[in-house]
Design a protein around this ligand. Sequence first.
Ligand code: SGN
Ligand code: CA
Length: 570
Amino acid sequence: MNWLLSIALPAAVFATSASSQEQTLKEQEQRPNIIMIITDDHAYQTLGTCDKDSPMPYPNFHKMADEGMVFDRSYCANSLCGPSRACIYTGRHSHMNGYLFNEHAKPFDGSQPTFPKMLQKAGYQTGLVGKWHLESNPTGFDYWEIFPGQGNYFNPDFITPGKDGKRIVTRVPGYATELVTQKSIDWLDKRDKDKPFMLVVGHKAPHRNWCPSIQNLGRAKQFADTIDPPSNLKDDFSDRPDFLKKTEQTLANHFDVWSDEHLIKEVVPEDIRKMIVCPKYEWPMPEWGRMNPEQKKAWYDYHKARTEKLVKDIRSGKIKNKDDILLQRWRHYMEDYLGTVLSVDESIGQLMDYLDKNGLAENTIVLYCGDQGFYMGEHGLYDKRWIFEESFRMPLIMRWKGHIAPGVRSEAFVQEIDYAPTFCDVAGIATPENMATFQGKSLTPLFKTGEHKDFSDRPLYYAFYENPGEHNAPRHDGLRSGKYTLSYLWTSDEWMLFDNEKDPAQMHNVYNKPEYAEDTRKLTELYKQLRQTYQVPDGFPGAKGKLSVTPKWDCAPKGSNANPEPASTN
Ligand code: SGN
Ligand code: CA
């Protein structure tokens, strides 16, 4: 099947030379539908597309990967939910779309160009269900039904547009992942079948505080109890920038035993409480107040037994020191996280089944992604933010039967700013005007084999702005190129460089090592070039102080030395 041929046709729809109305209609029918399924904080380490990339099996992720392409070098642009999503919708880096951080941010400026707006203008019917997290009302969607902010797992609220710009908030009984799936399928069922569609399915899962559905409680336990922890679970943060020691996202010292680990307070005697709690991290379990009596009972019974087991193990000496407590905490964290992903796997299965059963598989491109990466205990951390691989890299699977080669794992360097131009390309609206607003590029050249010269060792720019902020990660930017990750920490004026081939766990900063001097010089030059190419304002992200930026979408590279495709360094 020549996918190029099949998607080259629709481009003609928008040219003035369409021969007849009948022809135009026929071509419009061929425009592919688009579904973007986006989860919140899904780690590629738990993707489930093969035996190697998850501690437990996820049959539907596995099947989707068999039928589509998995991108093993897919990266975000800013490892934080709102900013990352802004990059996805606009196809531009944070300093261009203006959404730099979650906290104290102005709402996303929805007047700027985005892929949903472009598709809507081109005649697609567009829908968005679930997580949005950009505060302002979504633009470019004919239909939207979103969570307020982060949303909730149990009996979540949904916002729909009311009259005069007002928002209608409705609490819906059920579990978030299942509700988002059902509402997405309902929208697909009710859509106008004569038009192509673009649907965003936005899951809350598996975001903190990692609450599996009631029926999935305990289903991940056998895996979490027997797998090996990451080699650097007890990372002491030596041999890297000092600022790392100030981070507040460690499992050992910044994890709440009640709301994050789901221990039941009244079961823990005072002497044991003192042993296990992280000072300053004692919060009520936020989902508890949302549950109905049956959900509460099931949740309580399950976690009471789990807490009693912990207390028993401490009393018997099976768990005897801080390291043992950390390991058990990590196992509880894994169990809850993996259990939460189970519902996402079910959702993928239901959505793919729907497409298959309704004859839509060949004419619908499905993109599955997270909104950034996540630490599953690597470096002793949870959460994301830092440019380390587990946070920078993010899951990406694309399925489009007959158009994207099935069962391929691509090593191409791709970034979330590429999704918007890809969608425009497959929809036949890769007009110069649309494409000039993007900083990413269409991934369609990869569809046949997963390889293409434009994407092999393509350098990728990263920036993180949220400091001050929760978890105290520094403002930093940097790049991924070839085997290297280079980063400048603006908050503390420190550089770090990792040789990912020799040191995949990123435990040693080689920035000042004489044997890396030449590569460091080249990479620093490349970093400057990338900043110029992407029009990063001088002094961004900056060390401290308020930052705000007005969105811009003239993405032609600026400056006499600007090179739109800087050569990578290996
Ligand atoms: C919440 C979480 C943080 C998380 C941010 C951002 N704390 O504030 O741990 O980093 O969201 O996440 S919580 O206790 O309220 O869950 S993001 O995915 O939206 O960027
Ligand atoms: Ca997120």
